[in-house]
Design a protein around this ligand. Structure first.
Ligand code: NAD
Ligand code: 89V
Length: 348
C-alpha cells in the first residue's frame, strides 16, 4: 500500500459522517471513492454532496465491486462488529468509530479478525487528537512538568446534543459509552494504564433513558490518580461544549487546559499561556470546530499508518483497554466497589 492515493469507502452516512467526509477531502493522500448506507436517501445525498459516484446500500456489494485500500466505518456500535469483520475478510485496512463495540466480546472479536487478516485496525477516537491534548501530550513527553501524579478531566455542559444525535436520549448505557470513553482514552494516553477504578453515575435530565453524568476515580499503574467527571445536564455560561477542562500536576509543574481553549503551563519559572483554539475549518462551525479539527488530524494520521510511517493511534487492540474502563465503570456503579482492571479483563 506504500505511497499513492489511498482509495477509501465510508459506511454510515449519518450525522457525524459529514465531518469524516469533509476531513477526507482535506487530507492529502486519501480519497473516498464509495459510500454506503442502509438508508438509500442518505447514501445518495452524501454521494451527491461529496461527488462520490459509487453509492451503495449494502456493504458486501460495495466491497465486492469496488477497488479499495481502506474502509471507514462511521455507523453506531450495534453494526460495528459485523462490518469490521466483513471488511477484514476482504483484506482491507479498517477504521471504526467509537465506541468500538457495546461488549468486550465483540471488541475482542474485531481485534482478532484484523489480526488474522493482517490488516491495520484503527479506532476513530479523536479526543486525543484535539489540539489541546496534542500539546499536553508533547509537554508531558518533554518532561515539562516532571512525573505526572494527578489529573482531572472534566466535560460538563448543557448543550442540546440530542437534536443531531437523537439516539443518545434512548440508549440505556449513555454518557459513559458516548463521552466517558473519550475521556478514558485521553486519561490512558496522558497518564498511562489503569490499575483500579471507581465510578458513580446519575441520571439528571428527565426524558434521557441512560445515565447522563458520572464521576470516576482512576488509580494508574504509575501510582498517579485521575478524576474523570462528566455531565450533559449542567448550566454553565458561556456554554463550554464540547471543551474538556484538564488539569495535570507533576512534581515539577502543572498543565491546565481551560474550557475557553487556553493551555497554561505552570512551573517554578512562572506561568505561560497559549491558545489551543484551532481554526474553524472552511466546512466547519463553532462549537464543533475543535472536534472537526481533530478529525482532520486523526485522518491525516490514518494516511501515515496506511503508508507505513506511523503506528495506529489508537489501534483497535489499544482501544480494548479504553472500552474495558468504560464497561467496568458500570460494574463499579452497580456493585458499589473499586474494580481491579487486570482481574476484570481476565474475566472477560
Ligand atoms: P447516525 O445514526 O446519525 O448515523 C449512522 C448511520 O449508519 C445511519 O445513517 C445508519 O443508517 C447507518 N448504518 C447503520 N448500520 C449500517 C450498516 N450495517 N450498513 C450501512 N449503514 C449503516 O449516527 P452518528 O451520530 O453519525 O454516530 C455514528 C458514530 O459516530 C457513533 O458511534 C457515535 O458515537 C460516533 N460519533 C463520534 C463523534 C466523534 O468522533 N467525536 C461525534 C459524534 C458521533
Ligand atoms: O464526540 C462525540 O462522541 C459526541 C459527543 C460530543 C456528543 O459526545 O457523541
Amino acid at each position: 500500500m506504500a505511497g499513492g492515493i489511498k482509495r477509501g469507502a465510508l459506511i454510515g452516512c449519518g450525522f457525524f459522517s459529514l465531518n469524516h467526509l469533509h476531513g477526507w477531502q482535506d487530507v492529502r493522500g486519501a480519497q473516498i471513492v464509495a459510500v454506503c448506507d442502509l438508508d438509500s436517501h442518505k447514501a445518495e445525498a452524501v454521494g451527491r454532496d461529496f461527488g462520490v459516484e459509487a453509492v451503495f446500500t449494502d456493504a458486501e456489494t460495495m466491497l465486492a465491486q469496488t477497488n479499495l485500500d481502506f474502509v471507514d466505518v462511521a455507523t453506531t456500535p450495534p453494526s460495528h462488529r459485523a462490518l469490521v469483520e466483513r471488511v477484514c475478510s476482504h483484506g482491507l485496512a479498517v477504521i471504526c468509530q467509537k465506541p468500538i463495540a457495546d461488549t468486550y466480546e465483540d471488541a475482542k472479536a474485531m481485534v482478532d479478525a484484523a489480526r488474522s487478516a493482517g490488516v491495520p485496525f484503527l479506532i476513530h477516537e479523536n479526543f486525543r487528537w484535539q489540539m489541546g491534548f496534542v500539546r499536553i501530550k508533547a509537554e508531558l513527553d518533554a518532561g515539562r512538568i516532571g512525573t505526572p501524579r494527578f489529573a482531572r478531566l472534566s466535560f460538563r455542559h448543557g448543550f442540546d446534543v440530542y437534536a443531531t444525535q437523537p439516539y443518545l436520549a434512548t440508549i440505556e448505557r449513555f454518557v459513559l459509552m458516548d463521552l466517558g470513553i473519550h475521556l478514558y482514552d485521553v486519561a490512558r494516553h496522558l497518564m498511562g494504564e489503569v490499575d483500579h477504578l471507581a465510578c458513580e453515575t446519575a441520571s439528571l435530565r428527565p426524558g434521557v433513558a441512560g445515565e447522563d453524568s458520572f464521576t470516576s476515580l482512576l488509580r494508574h499503574t504509575s501510582g498517579a490518580v485521575s478524576l474523570v467527571d462528566c455531565s450533559f445536564a449542567s448550566t454553565i455560561h458561556p456554554e463550554p461544549f464540547p471543551a474538556t477542562l484538564a488539569w495535570i500536576e507533576g512534581d515539577k509543574g502543572t498543565l491546565e487546559l481551560t474550557t475557553d481553549l487556553c493551555l497554561r503551563i505552570h512551573t517554578a519559572d512562572g506561568k505561560v499561556a497559549e491558545s489551543v483554539d484551532p481554526p474553524v475549518p472552511a466546512w466547519g462551525e463553532r462549537p464543533w470546530h475543535t472536534i472537526q479539527d481533530s478529525v482532520i488530524r486523526f485522518q491525516s494520521h490514518v494516511v501515515d499508518v496506511l503508508n507505513g510511517t506511523a503506528d495506529p493511534q489508537p489501534s483497535g487492540r489499544d482501544n480494548l483497554n479504553t472500552l474495558a474502563l468504560t464497561l467496568a465503570s458500570y460494574d463499579a456503579m452497580q456493585e458499589r466497589r473499586m474494580i481491579d482492571m487486570a482481574q476484570w479483563q481476565e474475566q472477560q
